[in-house]
Write a protein that binds this ligand. Structure first.
Ligand code: SF4
Length: 260
């Protein structure tokens, strides 16, 4: 199935967040063409999109207008951009929707936390640099192995591009972080050293999370799920802890439930 792009009008922009540290969520798209095989976001979409994950993306075409209206009455807070899609997936190069949302949020002095697997975020560097105190940018990096990444995160920027973008943002004085999650059984561990080194070099906080088994997983994702069931997650978290401690890297459990 070719990638299908649809457009829709929405009546709300900001959502209330249940994620640690975030006050609001903001998702310019429904679906994500990065198509990560383990993605949990599909659970929060209509079944048609969830079943064809990575193949259908809906552009919320009027979301910027709605956001501008909502911000007039919302209490200031930290906005997660984005939580169930990737705000910098390839369609963003064309729509510039995320750029407009970012501009509106920062103009209204809302804090923004960006999480992405795309180097396209660098396009908005000047917006980010103009309001450094209000922004942080995190890159999800589950492996530094380009070949494996192409299998598990087929539409995302290669890990090496994410690392370069992270280095650039950090060098510009933007607060950065890395999300090492989900830790892919028997795969991510070979990259632990490298990822911790990158966190050290970019002064990034390192979040980690285990591979969570979901009923919709099939094919390779299901094979990994079987391995995940037999994985000693506390042992893995401890190995990561040792590496982080040795390098002086701050690290924490992504969702707070794998604390060590
Ligand atoms: S980039 Fe994020 S939202 Fe997009 S498919 Fe991957 S895990 Fe899901």
């Amino acid at each position: 199935m070719e990638l299908l792009i649809e457009r829709k009008r929405v009546s709300s922009a900001l959502g209330k967040s249940n994620l640690p540290g975030l006050d609001y969520t903001l998702n310019p798209y429904i679906g994500c063409s990065h198509g990560c095989i383990y993605c949990y976001a599909r659970l929060y979409c209509e079944p048609r999109i969830g079943k064809n994950w990575g193949k259908i993306v809906v552009v919320k075409e009027n979301i910027a207008e709605i956001l501008a209206r909502e911000l007039r009455r919302k209490k200031k807070g930290l906005v997660g951009l984005s939580t169930i899609t990737d705000a910098y997936q390839p369609i963003e190069a064309e729509t510039k929707l995320t750029r407009e949302l970012l501009r509106i949020l920062l103009e209204n002095n809302f804090k923004v936390s960006i999480q992405t697997k795309s180097s396209l975020v660098l396009r908005d560097l000047e917006l980010l640099c103009a309001k450094k105190g209000l922004v942080d940018v995190g890159f999800t990096i589950t492996t530094l192995n380009e070949r494996i990444s192409k299998i598990v995160e087929p539409g995302a920027s290669p890990p090496s591009d994410r690392v370069k973008a992270l280095e650039k943002l950090s060098a510009e004085g933007i607060k950065t972080w890395i999300f090492l999650g989900p830790i892919i059984p028997e795969i991510s561990e070979e990259s632990f050293n490298g990822i911790v080194e990158i966190a050290k070099a970019t002064n990034s906080l390192l979040y980690y999370d285990k591979y969570r088994v979901k009923p919709y997983m099939s094919g390779f994702a299901k094979e990994l799920a079987e391995k995940a069931k037999n994985t000693d997650w506390i042992g893995i978290a401890n190995r990561l802890k040792e590496l982080c401690k040795a390098k002086g890297v701050e690290f924490t459990s992504g969702f707070g439930d794998l604390k060590i």
